[in-house]
Design a protein. Structure first.
Length: 178
């Protein structure tokens, strides 16, 4: 892995949307397929990671995708959302909050520091947008990810439901002040 790794803000194009859809399907499947039924996984991947849906998400002005490339290969990404209401009581002001909706790296890149590089860049984006808080949701059974987020100073502030196909799971809501 000697050539340079680049993390850039993803361009809002159909080609990038297709690339994100493929990477999203691959990384989510690799991370969670063993703990979910094939039917639930197939439903989630089809509804969440179509190229059309990724293009809509890319074009949302509140959303930024960070895309990591090694040579020409996409190897990881983060989806960031400004003014997130995750973990807020109804009616509370979401200004100044950035949510890390997704942060995934390819299986062959786990342990290389890429996840940490994406996290540092996400926090940098939050600071550039003058956010005071970064929040995220993580499956309560994903101990590896929970430990990773805690190393960056995230603390649990609540829980919410997350649906994978027909399976309703519990995500922990984590928060980090800036």
């Amino acid at each position: 892995m000697s050539s340079p790794l680049r993390i850039t803000v993803a361009k809002r194009t159909p080609a990038v949307a297709a690339q994100l859809a493929e990477l999203g399907r691959q990384t989510f499947h690799d991370t969670f397929a063993a703990d979910n039924s094939a039917a639930d996984m197939a439903e989630f991947l089809a509804t969440t990671f179509s190229a059309d849906k990724q293009l809509v998400e890319l074009n949302d002005p509140q959303t930024t995708f960070l895309l990591a490339h090694h040579q020409q290969d996409a190897v990881g990404y983060a989806k960031l959302r400004l003014d997130s209401t995750l973990g807020l009581e109804a009616g509370k002001d979401a200004a100044g909050r950035l949510e890390i909706e997704r942060l995934y790296v390819r299986q062959d890149w786990i342990g290389t520091g890429l996840g940490a590089s994406l996290m540092r860049r996400a926090i940098e984006e939050a600071r550039q947008h003058k956010c005071r808080t970064v929040v995220l949701g993580v499956w309560e059974r994903n101990e590896h990810a929970i430990a990773f987020y805690r190393r960056f100073g995230f603390k649990e502030i609540g829980k919410h439901e997350f649906r994978v196909g027909q399976d309703i799971q519990t995500d922990l809501i984590l928060r980090k002040g800036l």
